[in-house]
Each structure stands twice: as C-alpha cells, then as structure tokens.
Design a protein around this ligand. Structure first.
Ligand code: NAP
Length: 280
C-alpha cells in the first residue's frame, strides 16, 4: 500500500494562521529584515516566498537587496544598523553568500535576540543544551510535521542523512531532545543503505537527486525529504526516489509541498518569538 503523504502545505498554513492570529490579538507591530547579497535565482524565490508569508501573518518585511560586490564590512555595518532598529525584530541573511563574505562572521554579527535563523553560536549553544529561544527553521518544521502526524520519536531509531550546521546537526539534536536514538550519516558513512534500513524515521538532508531508494528504507518507516534539487528536466525534487519509496514507507513528505513550506512557517514563528523576547 502506498504511503500517506505528509501535507507540508496544510500544516504550514496552520502554523502561519496561529502566528497571524497571535499578532492580531496582541495588536503587535513586528518587522523582519531580509538581506540578500547578489543575484542567485533560487535565493530570490525563497526571499519572495518569505515576503508573502510575512504579508499573510501581518509582519512588516524590510528587504535589502545588495549587489554581489558588497564587502563583508558593508554587510556587517547594515546588520549593526538593523540590530539597533526598534522596528526590526528579526534579521535574516539569505544563504548562499558570495565567496568573499565569511558566513561565520555574519552569523556572529546578528544580535542573538534577532537571530531568527538560529545560526548565532549563542543560540546554537542553547539548542545543544535544549533550552532554546529560537529553533532552526527547517529542523523545527520537520518536528512540527511529525507532531502533526502524532509521531512520537521517543525510543525510535531515527537516521539523519546530512550533517550541515543548518539542517543535519540541529535536526539530530531536536530528535535527540525528544528521546529518539539518533544516527547521523554523511558522505564518509560506510554502508549507508544498511544504516538507513534501520530507521523508523529517516530524514534526508543531502541535496542529491534519487539518493534514497526503496531498498534503503525499512517497510513502514516515516520518510522526510529535506532535499531541494532540480532533476534533469529542471523540475524541483528532493533526495528521495519518491515513486518507489512511497511503496515502502508508511508516511512520506513530497517535494515540493513538504518541508519547504514548513521552513518558512517556522521562520514566521521565530519572528513572533523575537518580538515576545523584546517585550520581556
Ligand atoms: P550541505 O551543507 O551541502 O550538506 C549536505 C550533507 O550531505 C553533508 O553533510 C554531506 O556530507 C552529506 N552528503 C553528501 N553526499 C552524501 C552521500 N552520498 N551520502 C550521504 N551523505 C552525503 O547541505 P544543506 O544546507 O544541509 O542542505 C541539504 C539539502 O537540503 C539541500 O538540497 C538543500 O537545498 C535542502 N534544504 C532544504 C530546505 C527546505 O526548506 N526544504 C532548507 C535547507 C536546505 P559531508 O558533511 O561529509 O560533506
């Protein structure tokens, strides 16, 4: 029997409605600044989607589109200005940045209380400790999807493929905080298929079309596809060979319409959290 789809669009719509209602009820004035450096086509699409979500939730969005040749010092100076701007509650610098700008320097420059991507080392430390203010949007979106489907990961074997700072590592930590038994795989993992076949919950965050095939998935597993790739026809797809894996899994996220919309919804939630922090 084919797996049930986890509908990221519907779950994310609910999260955004919650944020919108709380903003409306509290009559809150909230702002998100989004900085984009250069002319990356995919980044432009993400930024536009974030803008639309802000409009829906009643969050003011301030966009700063900087040219590719912007220096690191110029970018940091803008971040400093936004750190001190009372109309701005959250600051997001769209990745990827041009090669001459150091991502770590940028992450460290954003005030931890406006760090709605949760990339600042102070917030990363809180995430490791489990006492977080902000959760990184994509892993938080995955957790919310699991919750929406009443999947309790306590005691389950969860495998995360990918160990990036923005997805794989925090994803593993959030699962661990919920008492899952977690394994993290990466490009040096030996016998990937043997490890993934143990997973009750398998999360793929790699960026490779067709990486996860049916033989790598335990029958009845929950499969979450974080990957965002283009196939040979230029069509958006994930890491999972969807057509064959859906015949083995019990629940599966589609791409598009899975984790992607959740990431944006959780960003809106983080901007609201930033406002609440400021009010404290
Ligand atoms: P990344 O920084 O490039 O990390 C990719 C990870 O995959 C690395 O840890 C790498 O291992 C591992 N890897 C590469 N090839 C592998 C293989 N053959 N087998 C096992 N592991 C392998 O990417 P990212 O930023 O985490 O993003 C991952 C994917 O998620 C991308 O497709 C990205 O577009 C997508 N994404 C989606 C959303 C969303 O909202 N849906 C948000 C963020 C990212 P090493 O560490 O050993 O190199």
């Amino acid at each position: 029997m084919a797996a049930k789809l986890i509908d990221g669009k519907a779950i994310s719509a609910k999260v955004k409605e919650e944020v919108r209602d709380e903003i409306k009820q509290g009559n809150l004035k909230i702002g998100l600044a989004v900085i984009i450096v250069g002319d990356d086509g995919a980044s432009r699409i993400y930024v536009n989607n974030k803008k639309k979500a802000c409009e829906f939730c009643g969050i003011n969005s301030f966009e700063y589109a900087l040219p590719e040749h912007t220096s690191e010092a110029e970018l940091i100076s803008l971040i400093d200005k936004l750190n001190n701007d009372a109309a701005v509650n959250g600051i997001l610098v769209q990745q990827p940045l041009p090669k001459h700008i150091n991502q770590s320097v940028v992450n460290a420059a954003i005030s931890p209380n406006k760090d709605v991507d949760a990339f600042h080392s102070e917030n990363v430390g809180h995430i490791v400790g489990g006492d977080f203010k902000f959760l990184p949007c994509t892993p938080a979106g995955v957790m919310r999807m699991l919750e929406a489907e009443n999947i309790d990961v306590c005691g389950k074997e969860c495998v995360v493929i990918g160990r990036s700072d923005i997805v794989g590592k925090p994803m593993a930590l959030l699962l661990l905080h919920k008492h899952a038994t977690v394994m993290i795989c990466h490009s040096r993992t030996k016998n990937l298929a043997e490890v993934t076949a143990r997973a009750d919950v398998l999360v793929s965050a790699v960026g490779k079309v067709g990486l996860v095939t049916a033989d790598m998935v335990k029958p009845g597993a929950v499969v979450i596809d974080v990957g965002m790739n283009r196939d040979e026809d230029g069509k958006l797809c994930g890491d999972v060979a969807f057509d064959e894996v859906k015949e083995v899994a019990s629940l599966i996220t589609p791409v598009p319409g899975g984790v992607g919309p959740m990431t944006i919804a959780m960003l809106m939630k983080n901007v609201l959290t930033a406002k609440k922090l400021e009010q404290k």
